[in-house]
Structure formats: C-alpha cells, structure tokens
Ligand binder design. Structure first.
Ligand SMILES: [Fe+2]
Length: 248
C-alpha cells in the first residue's frame, strides 16, 4: 500500500464538474474486491456482529444498539492497529452523545486480524469522494448492531440529521434481517436532501465526504409477524490524525 496522497476518482452524479460528496457501491463491487477471501473468512467476519456488547453510552439506558470500536494508523505503508482507546466526538458534532470520551468495547482479535477488514478499509480508501493522504491519517472502525421490536423502534442515528466529525465515512451494510425502514439519507450543508437509498444486501455501501454533507438514517422496525428486526453496519471513519489529537 502506497502512502502517497490518493486523488478522487470520477464520481457519477456530479453535474457541475466537481465530484459528488458521496458515492454508492452495489454489493457486487465489494464482493468482487473480496473474492480473494474464502467463504469461511467472510462468514467469520459477518458472524462477529453476533458478539457485540450493548452500547452503555446510550441516553436513557436504551439497549437497542450494540457496538465495538477500534482504530488504526499507517506506518511504513502498513495498516497498524492502535491500542484500545476512547472514541471522542465534540458536543458540536454530536449534541446527543458528544463531549465525552466513550470507551467502546474493542474489536475482537479475529476482527483486528481479519484480512476481510483490511480489504474493506483499502477498498473504500481508494474510492473516497475527495483527496486523502493515508500517511497523515487514521481510520476508525465501528461494528454496530441496531435491533428493533414492536415496542421500540431502532434508531440507527438517534441524533437525527448530523455529521460525524471525520473527513470521510464509509457505511457498509453487513446484515439486514426482518427490518423495514433504515433509509440512508444525505443532505447538503443547508440540510436539503440530495440523496437517499435503502441498503438491502450485505456489503452494499455508501461513502460520504463528512465535511460537505450531513447524513441521517431513518428508524427501523421489525416487519409484520416477527418479534425483532436486526440491522448490522460496518462504519469506517477516515480522519487526519492531527484532528484526533486536537480533539482528544
Ligand atoms: Fe453518523
């Protein structure tokens, strides 16, 4: 992996000559990129979402969100896992859960060492909707499960329309079972809707330039006749390390 700055590829949907602030990838695009990994490796990676602790930082003690978090940096062109640490967003970026260090449970060893995760981080890094210099940047990886019951909707984005405070964020669906809703929505900086899609298939993804757009996800509900619905997501943050140090 080179550490030279990566320039954006042409992005469909741009009408004014500038690249669109987001990109959509069908599941087939990621699966093709993951073809070197065995079915067993992919299965193990997806199964790791079955082992996520409840997010203890949710307001009001809500237990519909489970998650793990880990971060990485590049050293001599290689992706290196950071020691388990805290995740921090400012209150300005996340008025609901920001302003405090959140020590999420770390990624499991099998996920940290997974070639599948490594491939996914590199897949998106080469296709970000904007310039990105890995030599000075870090990567955050969130495994998140949202469950919904008929008593309580699951809110993938309880803060509503928001930004994450990173440069780029990849949002890849890993699993969607018995779920209605969960529409991914992108807004311009004036909070006008510019794109929406509902990720339905494992590995279907969008990537946003978090500095140029806001985003949100509508509530999920279980489909009729079942007790619970599940939506598993992999979020990969790409951010300059100096931001992280200034923030922490
Ligand atoms: Fe977000």
């Amino acid at each position: 992996m080179t550490t030279e700055a990566i320039r954006p590829q042409n992005t469909p949907g741009a009408s004014d000559g500038t690249s669109a602030p987001y990109r959509y990838f069908p599941a087939a695009a990621l699966k093709q990129n993951l073809a070197a990994h065995s079915e067993e490796q992919l299965k193990l990676f997806l199964e790791s979402w079955e082992d996520l602790p409840v997010d203890s930082y949710m307001k009001d003690g809500a237990d519909y969100r489970r998650r793990r978090y880990g971060s990485f940096h590049w050293a001599a062109g290689e992706l290196v896992a950071d020691p388990a640490g805290v995740f921090h967003q400012t209150k300005e970026v996340n008025s609901l859960h920001g302003g405090v260090d959140r020590a999420f449970p770390p990624l499991s060893d099998s996920v940290l060492e997974s070639g599948v995760l490594d491939s996914l981080i590199h897949f998106f890094m080469a296709r970000l909707p904007g310039e990105f210099d890995p030599a000075t940047s870090g990567v955050g990886v969130h495994q998140i499960r949202i469950t919904a019951t008929h008593d309580a909707d699951g809110l993938p984005a309880p803060e509503g329309i928001h930004e994450d405070g990173h440069h780029f964020v990849a949002q890849a669906l890993m699993r969607r079972i018995d779920v209605d809703g969960g529409e991914s929505q992108i807004f311009d900086r004036n909070r006008r809707p510019i794109y929406h899609t509902t990720l339905l298939e494992a590995f279907e993804s969008i990537v946003i330039d978090d500095r140029r757009v806001f985003h949100g996800v509508s509530a999920i509900r279980p489909v009729t006749g079942v007790r619970q619905g599940i939506r598993d997501m992999l979020l990969i943050d790409y951010f300059p390390l100096q931001d992280r140090h200034a923030d922490a």
